[in-house]
Design a protein around this ligand. Structure first.
Ligand SMILES: C[S@@+](CC[C@H](N)C(=O)[O-])C[C@H]1O[C@@H](n2cnc3c(N)ncnc32)[C@H](O)[C@@H]1O
Length: 252
């Protein structure tokens, strides 16, 4: 399963590499937060990340957020991803920016060293981690006492589970399920769904149609990546998703 996620992000990187001029880019939703803040800027301010000594950016993509945190805080920042191509690019980005308090590693959530970080950040990375429950436990184990795990992600909040293909996307992705894991302290949440820009259902349906036509020309893993994103847009339009920040503190 991990191989599948790694392949997915390697494939996504190959697509982004073709289209992006700059190689340091976010792989998360572009929000309309006040003052044009990116979600990482928001986290740095809201959670006083400049008081952290060690931050793990768990699922760091090409290092966009890790480097932002390394620039704005004195903390030692480690960015990890399961995709070797992303980490290679993140290291190139680090060389260009020259932050001494930042490093990158190819590492799965399951292999995070225990008791090592004050703060662990997961921006849109946890929902892809398989199996999700044991990943949450590994992340909690990676925290020092009184550390906190901060998860930013899409959480399913609809009442009915649809039988359509998007069901794959929403299985297990209810907030209550995630924080009700035995032994896990209850978390606090901030709902920032209002800052997600809404897409029209028509444009999403048209994109799906476009994908069907593309199917005969490109590999299935490429179309899978985009299909997941389009279903997510549709669920947002149907008000079945919330974009949330979840903070869980480690007390023992
Ligand atoms: C949507 S991207 C978000 C990247 C980054 N947080 C950002 O906002 O730019 C998800 C990231 O999580 C990583 N990821 C997913 N599952 C993982 C796992 N089990 N272990 C380590 N990294 C994982 C992917 O490789 C990818 O870098």
């Amino acid at each position: 399963m991990e191989d599948k996620v790694s392949r997915l992000y390697n494939d996504l990187f190959k697509i982004e590499k073709r289209t992006k001029r700059f190689r340091l880019y976010p792989i998360h939703k572009q929000l309309s937060l006040p003052d044009n803040q990116d979600i990482y800027d928001f986290l740095i301010k809201h959670f006083n990340l400049n008081e952290s000594k060690s931050i793990l950016d768990a699922g760091c993509g090409v290092g966009y957020g890790s480097l932002k945190m390394a620039q704005s805080t004195p903390a030692n920042v480690l960015g990890i991803s399961i995709s070797p191509l992303e980490i290679h690019q993140a290291r190139q980005n680090l060389i260009q920016l020259g932050n001494e308090n930042c490093s990158f590693d190819i590492l799965s959530f399951e292999d995070i060293p225990k008791n090592s970080f004050d703060t662990i950040i997961c921006v849109e990375s946890l929902k892809h981690a398989i199996p999700i429950h044991s990943s949450v436990h590994s992340l909690m184990d990676g925290l020092r006492l009184n550390g906190r795990l901060i998860v930013v992600d899409d959480f399913y909040c609809g009442s009915t589970v649809s039988q359509k293909p998007e069901q794959k996307l929403i299985e297990d992705w209810r907030l209550e399920k995630l924080i009700d894991i035995q032994d896990l302290p209850a978390g606090t949440t901030i709902d920032i769904t209002n800052y997600v820009s809404s897409k029209s259902i028509l444009s999403s349906r048209l994109k799906l149609l476009g994908l069907v036509m593309l199917k005969s020309f490109v590999s299935e893993s490429y179309t899978d990546i985009f299909r997941g994103g389009i279903y997510l847009d549709i669920l947002y339009t149907q008000k079945k998703m919330n974009y949330m920040i979840l903070e869980i503190k480690k007390h023992k």
